[in-house]
Write a new protein. Structure first.
Length: 149
């Protein structure tokens, strides 16, 4: 997915943490992700966290598989705490060999669908989406991030 930034853009020193996004902003992000999912007929769980990875808002489309709720929350938490898209961990893991080190990182989720939410150059939260393929989860997460402009 070309719209998702690479790992270097979200390195440890690149984007500082800011104040948490508001509940209304979290709802806006989740609504956009849900709208994208519904447009494709995908059932999704959507979690939005603050910069520390604490849940701010959660939404689940009817008939979403139960396990996706926890996965969405963990994707958002991972994106917030590690300041990078969870796809970065997925891509690292896919290289095999030394890339398997990602499995030893406590809290790192190696599945696309988690993105930091950056406003004014600061990470104000993160979104995690789960329920379809990792790529489809990423598409919905990006739609959520895009909703804040």
């Amino acid at each position: 997915m070309g719209d998702i930034p690479d790992v270097a853009q979200f390195g440890p020193m690149s984007s500082p943490y800011g104040l948490s996004l508001s509940l209304d902003a979290a709802r806006t992000v989740a609504a956009a992700a849900a709208a994208e999912a519904r447009a494709h007929g995908w059932t999704m769980a959507i979690a939005v966290t603050d910069p520390a990875g604490t849940l701010v808002y959660f939404e689940r489309i009817d008939d979403t598989q139960a396990g996706s709720a926890d996965i969405a929350i963990e994707k958002a938490r991972s994106a917030a705490r590690f300041k990078r898209p969870t796809k970065a961990f997925q891509d690292t893991l896919a290289t095999g060999g030394i890339g398997l080190r990602v499995l030893a990182i406590n809290g790192a989720v190696a599945l696309e669908g988690g993105l930091p939410i950056v406003v004014g150059g600061r990470i104000v939260g993160a979104i995690g989406v789960s329920g379809s393929t990792a790529e489809n989860d990423g598409i919905c997460a990006q739609a959520g991030v895009n909703a804040l402009g």
